[in-house]
Ligand binder design. Structure first.
Ligand code: NAD
Length: 323
């Protein structure tokens, strides 16, 4: 390896925003496992209970190399947090599209203003690489195809996340910031957010409670197991800045109703299903074309939907038993 090429396995100083969240906490654990130093930042928004986020963080707290900073990116002084960082992973956001119809102020400030403040701080602090996390929701109702398909977000959430992407590239181009944008597609697995479909399906099947499927149940997702999502994010770090955007999604496509059938077969319990009206802004089809991430980042998803759901069911069953 030439002296100009950084060793991708060398320990790095990383910052993870949204470190107490579902995906951010997995990323923190994996960075620590690999020997990197991590500063985790999170404000514990009230989108879901703080106790769940504290549980997400429990594995990392106290580990050598981990520092946690409770701070709100909308108001805090960000430059000192990212000063000297090799890689900043920006995951902090108001996620989930349903609440974005009623809590737009929070989506606007956490997803757009906080991202702009982070980028402004990056102009001063000059981190080695800013990996910004975006979403398939920037595409709209049918999120299939490659990264250059039209971006027609159908929810306030998607609009704020697309605005954040535009800000990232505006700052990158004007101020020569080293960036990569990842568009995640429907992530699932242990610690999945409590408002997400599989968490609700599994919880209700295990408790014998009724489940509402919105729409006809044939809406499909190319779900991404959280370890695969973190692998892609680590591959982006190892590759280094691209100035480009990548879809990150799993290979298996499955409808809501078929996912529920799979959960029934894994748990050995029957679901009590009722059908309700479809919800505004919800994607009809989402399957990532991940050719670019495979080609450029050398990444591909490894965990199939049945294996991934088995792990989520086992984790939720254990969490329910411990509660
Ligand atoms: N979960 C998915 O399926 C999915 C799919 C596509 C994209 N994403 C993106 O991935 C990222 C992480 O999503 P998640 O599912 O882990 O959500 P999450 O809600 O579990 O995690 C987000 C974290 O960010 C924190 N946060 C929000 N605003 C903040 C602020 N102003 N200052 C500091 N911290 C703040 C929250 O407290 C939370 O802990 C988000 O950017 C989301 O848009 C998620």
């Amino acid at each position: 390896m030439s002296p100009a090429t950084p060793d991708p396995r060398a320990p790095r100083r990383c910052v993870v925003t949204g470190a107490a969240g579902f995906i951010g906490s997995h990323l923190v654990d994996r960075l620590l496992d690999a020997g990197h130093a991590v500063v985790g930042v999170d404000s514990f928004t009230d989108y879901y209970p703080r106790a769940i986020k504290e549980r997400n963080l429990a594995a990392a707290r106290g580990r050598p190399g981990f520092t946690f900073v409770e701070a709100d990116l909308r108001t805090c002084d960000i430059a000192p947090l990212i000063d000297g960082a090799d890689t900043v992973f920006h995951l902090a956001a108001m996620a989930g599209l349903l609440q974005s119809w009623s809590a737009f102020d929070a989506y606007l400030s956490c997803n757009v203003l906080a991202t702009q403040r982070l980028l402004d701080a990056a102009r001063q602090a000059r981190p080695g690489h800013l990996v910004h996390v975006s979403t398939s929701s920037v595409y709209g109702l049918d999120s299939t195809g490659a990264e250059d398909r039209p971006r027609e977000p159908m929810s306030p959430y998607g609009v704020t996340k697309l605005a954040a992407e535009h800000l990232v590239f505006a700052y990158a181009r004007n101020f020569d910031l080293p960036v990569t944008v990842l568009r995640y597609f429907s992530i699932y697995g242990p610690r999945q957010r409590p408002d997400m479909g599989y968490t609700i399906f599994i919880d209700r099947v295990l408790r014998g409670a009724p489940i509402t499927i919105h729409g006809d149940g044939r809406q499909t997702r190319g779900n991404t197991y959280v370890d695969d999502c973190v692998d892609a994010t680590l591959a982006a770090m190892a590759h280094g800045p691209t100035g480009d955007v990548f879809n990150v999604g799993g290979g298996d496509v499955i409808s809501a109703i078929d996912a529920l059938r799979l959960i029934e077969s894994i748990t050995g319990r029957a679901a009590d299903v009722v059908f309700g009206p479809s919800r505004p802004g919800e994607q009809r089809e989402a399957l990532a074309d991940t050719s670019k991430a495979r080609r450029v980042l050398g990444w591909s998803p490894r965990v199939g939907i049945e294996a991934g759901l088995r792990r989520q069911v086992a984790w939720q069953a254990a969490a329910q038993a411990a509660a």
